[in-house]
Design a protein around this ligand. Structure first.
Ligand SMILES: Cc1cc2nc3c(=O)[nH]c(=O)nc-3n(C[C@H](O)[C@H](O)[C@H](O)COP(=O)(O)OP(=O)(O)OC[C@H]3O[C@@H](n4cnc5c(N)ncnc54)[C@H](O)[C@@H]3O)c2cc1C
Length: 413
């Protein structure tokens, strides 16, 4: 005879895409019973205020790690179908390719010679262009938002049957809303400690965002999903943070996600403000550009570790010059982007596992304490599998939908 289900008080630390998909899948697990199971997200600043609200949103069957990618890609498609994701969070299939181009000089920099201190572009580890399988050559006719004179070549990396996208902010907030509709609760506050008793978790201590009062919340299960901040909450977590800048430009263009390799002219300088300053980079730069269904293009730049992760996401420093670099590089090869208004200039921190590997999904060695973090460049893509697997760890005692021994946090702690 099956044992009586026991009351559970499940606390999720962090309201980024990982915390929100965990709460969604917990509320959809067949064993979830809102009369005896409480689910609470504690979020320090605002839902999706970190990388989950500022990422590109690319989903790909060719992402990594292989043991969760397919599951997550399929779950994204199912969620979009079930909740009208096309309308609600901009889900759609896209083409994806790598574009080689030669940048041209426009605007203030025209005709002026500037220095170049030649730093190499620090790529986010989403693809290794050399390893990416080129499955076709030639420039597709409908990829018409790059200037013909600038384009030197194109290699297809993914088709609409292997590549898709979401708007990460809209997806994350929708997951939180759907979990709330099913009974989950959201508290705004910073978790300062995970409390344990013997070999098991007992609860969390947090500071309320508005009142600054300290509270303790008893818990049978705690899920650490604070992205790059996970090691602030749980110092044993081997999680590192890398800052990255991005911009959003108004430009209604065809559905492609483009990984660029742009050669800049020798005398290429920074535009804006009338001054032409020294460029930071060498002669080759690689911004990623993703067309979105809302008539915008999202573009992101390289990573840097110049400013350590601040205490909360609202204190992240956005360097306007780094944003302007991304804009200058994109507009040097695209007329629609050159003509479009810049709608957002932003920065956020990418969470990664020290020494490589990850993400870390599963038990920690302390009973009832789980980890779901370190998703590097593929946290949007891998969010659904992470949420589903965490719901299985909590209610079934083990991961059932994928074999994820290699992601066991205990191997890294
Ligand atoms: C420029 C860029 C582009 C990217 N593009 C893509 C892409 O195209 N596709 C893709 O799959 N992935 C992409 N990623 C990766 C993806 O954004 C991340 O892997 C993912 O957002 C991580 O989500 P998270 O929930 O773990 O962390 P976060 O989004 O950082 O969320 C953590 C949350 O925890 C909260 N928090 C922190 N401390 C506490 C505390 N003490 N108490 C309570 N709450 C706390 C924070 O406020 C935050 O809201 C990109 C990343 C970057 C930087």
């Amino acid at each position: 005879m099956a044992s009586e289900p026991r009351p559970r008080n499940i606390v999720i630390v962090g309201g980024g895409i990982i915390g929100c998909t965990c709460s969604y899948f917990l509320t959809r697990h067949p064993s979830f019973d809102p009369s005896i199971h409480k689910i609470t997200i504690i979020e320090a600043t605002a839902i999706a205020s970190g990388a989950s609200g500022k990422a590109g949103g690319l989903l790909a069957l060719w992402a990594y790690p292989a043991n969760i990618v397919k599951l997550s890609y399929q779950l994204h498609a199912e969620l979009a179908q079930k909740h009208d994701g096309a309308k609600r969070w901009g889900y759609r299939a896209v083409h994806c390719g790598s574009l080689r181009a030669k940048g041209r000089i426009f605007g203030d920099a025209d005709g002026k010679t500037v220095g170049n201190n030649g730093e190499e572009w620090k790529k986010l580890p989403k693809t290794d262009n050399k390893k990416a399988k080129s499955i076709a050559a030639g420039i597709p006719k409908d990829l018409d938002w790059f200037d013909a004179e600038a384009v030197k070549g194109y290699s297809e990396m993914g088709t609409p049957s292997t590549t898709a996208q979401v708007h990460p902010y809209q997806f994350t907030t929708s997951m939180a809303d759907l979990a709330k509709e099913a009974g989950a609760k959201i508290i705004l506050g910073s978790v300062t400690a995970v409390d344990s008793f013997g070999d098991g978790v007992k609860g969390v201590t947090y500071e309320d965002k508005d009142t600054k009062h300290i509270h303790t919340l008893p818990a049978t299960d705690v899920i650490l999903a604070a992205g790059p901040w996970t090691s602030h909450v749980y110092p044993e977590a081997p999680i590192e943070a890398m800052r990255a800048h991005s911009v959003v430009i108004k430009a209604d263009v065809t559905p492609y996600a483009v990984f660029s390799e742009i050669d800049l002219p020798k005398d290429f300088g920074r535009t804006g403000g009338g001054d032409v300053k020294k460029k930071r980079h060498g002669l080759s730069v690689s911004p990623e550009m993703y067309a979105r269904p809302d008539g915008t293009v999202y573009a992101c730049g390289e990573g840097d570790t110049l400013i350590p992760l601040p205490k909360t996401s609202d204190l992240v420093v956005c360097d306007e010059d780094r944003c302007q670099d991304i804009i200058d590089y994109c507009v040097s090869i695209s007329t629609p982007m050159r003509e479009g208004d810049v709608l957002a200039r932003q920065a956020c921190y990418l969470p990664s596992v020290a020494g490589g590997g990850g993400p870390l999904i599963g038990e920690t060695g302390t009973k009832g304490l789980f980890m779901a973090t370190g998703h590097t460049c593929w946290g949007i893509q891998n969010s659904c599998a992470t949420g589903k697997l965490i719901s299985e760890f909590v209610f079934d005692g083990k991961a059932k939908s994928a074999k994820i021994d290699s992601l066991d946090p205990r191997r890294f702690l």
